[in-house]
Design a protein around this ligand. Structure first.
Ligand code: PEP
Ligand code: MN
Length: 297
């Protein structure tokens, strides 16, 4: 592979020099690590599923029970939510600390590890006591002091790609986390912004190409989030399967018992039945490409 290809945003020699910790040491260098009993690595496909927002205790309990039964490895759900505009009903702002308590209850009762976003440094301690993986949202991807503070907890971190970030920007941000000695870093592609002239499909575009591109350069596992990328339920299935075929190490999906009535982004979640079918289809592809689906049991 010609790493000097001038059309590339970043090359391996660049990376080895400037971002030595994220760079692969050789062609077959892929990180493997375990988080809460779940193995991440080149042979595995890990599934994260749950609502966009932890809307209520009842909702998160129901989702935890069902996604666990269907085969999700991690329960996802935002208690602290980055919302595009501030005018929402009070409910959205009340979840926060209570949402973290509900996640803790669901984790305990259904024995499923969790991933949830932290947005501000002052909540790092509170959230890290409960979460198995800290989610750093797209909007905070280049908040370097925040990345460093999260990294210092030594908790595993999922770094979502900002929708305007190049692969170089994204890997540079991951380097900040590794630099603190925190090695359990997972990258998550969640769709890139497309110019308004090309928005006949959607606001974001799942960057499938970044999957092989990242795999050429970094040993870190990479996850795709087709729910945020498509923003549109009918396309979630095909983009999930395409991501698996492209070689992701995990999939993050919004799953809700009543998607149309999801408090946030009701156009993107899938229901339990759809999740059940999709996870079987994901397995068919991952087995074919020598990735073993793992169940947390
Ligand atoms: C999310 O996963 O809940 C989320 C807000 O995603 P993103 O940061 O990618 O927009
Ligand atoms: Mn969202």
């Amino acid at each position: 592979m010609d790493n000097k290809f001038p059309g590339k945003d970043v090359t391996l020699s660049d990376l080895k020099e400037k971002f030595p910790l994220v760079a692969k040491k050789n062609k077959n260098h892929f990180s493997s690590f375990r988080i809460a009993g779940v193995d991440f690595g080149p042979k595995n496909l890990v599934t994260f599923a749950g609502p966009n927002m932890v809307e209520s205790e009842k909702l998160i309990m129901d989702v935890a029970k069902n996604v666990k039964k269907i085969g999700a490895n991690f329960l996802r759900g935002g208690a602290f939510k980055p919302l595009t505009f501030p005018y929402r009903s009070k409910k959205y702002y009340e979840t926060r600390e209570r949402g973290i308590e509900w996640l803790a209850k669901a984790k305990e009762k259904y024995n499923i590890p969790i991933i949830t976003e932290i947005m501000e440094e002052k909540y790092i301690e509170l959230v890290s006591e409960v979460t198995d993986i800290i989610q750093i949202g797209s909007r905070n991807m280049q908040n370097y002091p925040f990345l460093t503070a999260c990294a210092k907890t030594n908790k595993p971190i999922m770094l979502k790609r900002h929708y305007g970030a190049s692969l170089r920007d994204w890997l540079g941000a991951a380097e900040y986390i590794l630099y603190e000695g925190n090695e359990k870093v997972i990258l998550c592609e969640r769709g890139v912004s497309v110019p308004h002239t090309h928005r006949s499909t959607s606001r974001f575009l799942l960057d499938l190409q970044v999957i092989p591109a990242a795999k050429e350069l970094t040993h870190l596992p990479i996850v795709a989030d087709p729910s945020h990328a498509t923003f549109w339920r009918p396309w979630v299935r095909s983009m999930t399967l395409a991501s698996v075929a492209a070689g992701v190490d995990g999939i993050m999906l919004e799953v809700h018992p009543d998607p149309e009535n999801s408090a946030v982004d009701p156009l993107q979640p899938i229901n339990y039945k759809e999740f059940n079918t999709l996870i079987k289809e994901m397995n068919l592809i991952s087995n074919k490409i020598n990735k073993k689906r793992i169940y947390f049991e």
